[in-house]
Design a protein around this ligand. Sequence first.
Ligand code: GAP
Length: 510
Amino acid sequence: MANEDLFKKVISHAKEYGYVFASSEIYDGLSAVYDYAQNGVELKKNIREYWWRSMVFMHQNIVGIDASILMHPTTWKASGHVDAFNDPLIDNKDSKKRYRADVLIEDFCEKINKKAQKEIAKAKKRFGESFNEEEFKSTNPRVLGYIKQQKEIIERMASSLEAEDLADVKLLIEELGIADPLTGSKNWTDVKQFNLMFGTKLGASAESAMDLYLRPETAQGIFVNFLNVQKTGRMKIPFGIAQTGKAFRNEIVARQFIFRMREFEQMEMQFFVRPGEEMKWYEYWKETRLKWHHSLGLGEENYRFHDHEKMAHYANAATDIEFNFPFGFKELEGIHSRTDFDLKAHEEHSGKKLQFFDHETNKNYTPYVVETSIGLDRMFLAIFSNSLKTEELEDGSSRVVLKLPAILAPIKAAVLPLVKKDGLPDIAKKIIEDLQWDYNVTYDEKDAVGRRYRRQDAVGTPFCITVDHQTIEDETVTIRNRDTMEQERIKISEISKKLEDTISYKKWLK
Ligand code: GAP
């Protein structure tokens, strides 16, 4: 299926099966704002939990907090967001469409990258088993040319943005012949900066109201609480503070469903380390976070690192973990070495010391910070789009199945009485009463059992437990596996153990 078709299918499946709805849909929705429906909210909660356990439960030196969305406005002056949280925008004069200039240039580079990949794929086919991809990439003149071209473009863009030379960013777009992706027009305005923060007011009267911002990242709630947590938790460096919560950005290019939203959720962790040790921890967190992604089994080939040429204003090293979304490899998670920028800036603006006394070295210092930051909604999209499959079956029919990692599936099992009589519904309901203490399970008695299986496949339920007439005789049921469609006959008393074997954090996170 073409990628564009797959993406359309992802969006319509998410709606049809109760995962994601457009916000305030009865009023025609609100651009780039979405609601999570009955199954979506469960999937989202399970992803959050999977992240939280891996961070907070599995690291004795990481604790969590839940800071508020509204913060003192000086927070955003100190963090640099008031002055530097901008996107470079460019308008097309003919289509009147607005774009991020850096995204137009990066998309152009991705096209060059695709050409290089095509050359590699062709050579792979030609040379077969004996093909050495690394050697080919470092010697083939065409591939080398594409790589060089991309590098030069990105470096020039990075240095122009760094120097705030927006005229050169426009010149670069013109020199590369980049056209409006929708209309092909090359009639561009100048590039200008646009601040992404949403403003709001605190207070009842217009005169006394205080200008506030909705937080554009959760990280600052961690920085301003650094000393509170360190002291009350008696934390020793290195230690981390984790938090999940809403963030808000007035995104300009917001056309990719829940990939880029104006209201979204982040899962962030700031790891406070000794100055000079930040690169060691940066490498540690790169590896640890990639392992976490791999643990979900979405295919290791679907992830790659993208090291930044242009750093955010606070970072001395930065990488993205990119995921192969239906529209190509894009950022899923950011890992930044943020130096002591934030703590020092908050010290300066608040006049309060935010330092740590290290008993091992007998020194006071401002810790350095390594941050991991992942968008929960983006992770949702990565999992959902990767899991949605259409399979051809042996009998010539096909099925749509959402092969979500079982640990994250909204509903873990559906209990189905074969018929609505002979006492089978009562037995099914008793099974539910037993399982619901540990798992989110559902009951379904409508339609033929084959249709019910298909319905649960499409929702992503890993197990269907069917109660039939044999159950009355020997207290056994069939349990059907969503992915293999195989059915096994087991005792009712064994169901719980069977689910536990597949759906345990220990099994998945280990
Ligand atoms: N505290 C660092 C920070 O906020 P970021 O790269 O701007 O860094 C981190 O954001 C992650 O948040 C991204 O990797 C992405 O997954 C998610 N994210 C950022 N903007 C988003 C948006 N508009 N919609 C959905 N997710 C977003």
